[in-house]
Design a protein around this ligand. Structure first.
Ligand SMILES: Cc1cc2nc3c(=O)[nH]c(=O)nc-3n(C[C@H](O)[C@H](O)[C@H](O)COP(=O)(O)O)c2cc1C
Length: 250
């Protein structure tokens, strides 16, 4: 293009209703594991959420992702076997007490969800030297995660549940799906309509972990910055309360 500046557009705030729709998708998005309904996901819906994923940011615009769509029971059963083995190994890693709590959690919906997606990252997609990835090779995987989050939020807006399953031996998952050795399976997602979605993270409701106060994870100027009270921290507390009360307004 001769003059890219001719393509500049205004990017002001959305009007309030649209803004709140975005926040609503963010605050009501959940990881879904046990509430999948078997009815199929129409192609137009699946296409929209994949299109949202494909519009994620990526380092050097390399778009390192690919999306393997699994709808057949046989492929999903193969992946479930890979999960089951890793999940048994995972349970044994937790100390006594936590291991039984872990075993009681449902951590995937691979066979129940009518669609599974494996989202991969190909580090070679844009050649060996990638703008922006020159000093930190993980940036391509981070880009792929941005695509996952786009899809997850778009799915929430569509009313489609999504659950991320990460308990796999990576090489065994590669083998189950015929993924080349240099390609990284970044995310394995279960998708489908749901019978209901928890209002809070399921792991919180089941006593595994709580959401941290946002003020505890915001630091100022340096990692060990001293500032513990300021107007932003007060605002963060008010916003946390508003989210909790369900009346956060953008
Ligand atoms: C990278 C990543 C991997 C995850 N892997 C799993 C998983 O293997 N099994 C599972 O049940 N949930 C998994 N989750 C979902 C998280 O447990 C969930 O996001 C978290 O508990 C907060 O709940 P929410 O997503 O409903 O807000 C994963 C989430 C992310 C971002």
């Amino acid at each position: 293009m001769d003059n890219p500046d001719a393509e500049l557009a205004q990017a002001g705030p959305f009007d309030r209703a649209d803004r709140n729709a975005v926040y609503r998708a963010i605050f009501t998005r959940r990881d879904v594991r046990g509430q999948f309904r078997p009815d199929p996901v129409p192609d137009d819906v699946l296409s929209r959420v994949l299109t949202a994923a494909h519009h994620a940011p990526s380092v050097g615009f390399m778009q390192p992702w690919s999306f393997i769509v699994l709808r057949g029971a046989e492929a999903r059963a193969r992946v479930h076997a890979v999960f089951a083995k890793a999940n048994a190994e995972a349970a044994a890693m937790f100390p006594a007490g936590a291991d039984s709590q872990y075993r009681a959690l449902k951590l995937e919906g691979i066979r129940e969800a009518p669609v599974n997606l494996c989202i991969t990252c190909d580090p070679d997609r844009a050649g060996p030297v990638v703008l922006g990835r020159t000093h930190d090779k993980a940036m391509d995987a981070y880009s792929t995660v941005c695509a996952v989050q786009n899809l997850w939020l778009a799915a929430r807006a569509e009313g489609l549940g999504v659950g991320w399953v990460s308990i796999f031996n990576r090489d065994e998952l590669r083998e189950a799906l015929g993924i080349p050795a240099h390609v990284i399976p970044v995310a394995y997602l279960c998708l489908g309509w749901t019978s209901g979605v928890y209002r809070k993270p399921e792991l919180e409701l089941k006593g595994w972990r709580k959401r941290l106060p946002l003020g505890d994870v915001v630091r100022f100027e340096m990692w060990a910055g001293e500032e513990r009270e300021n107007p932003l921290l007060e605002q963060l507390r008010r916003d946390a309360q508003a989210v909790e009360a369900g009346d956060f307004v953008g």
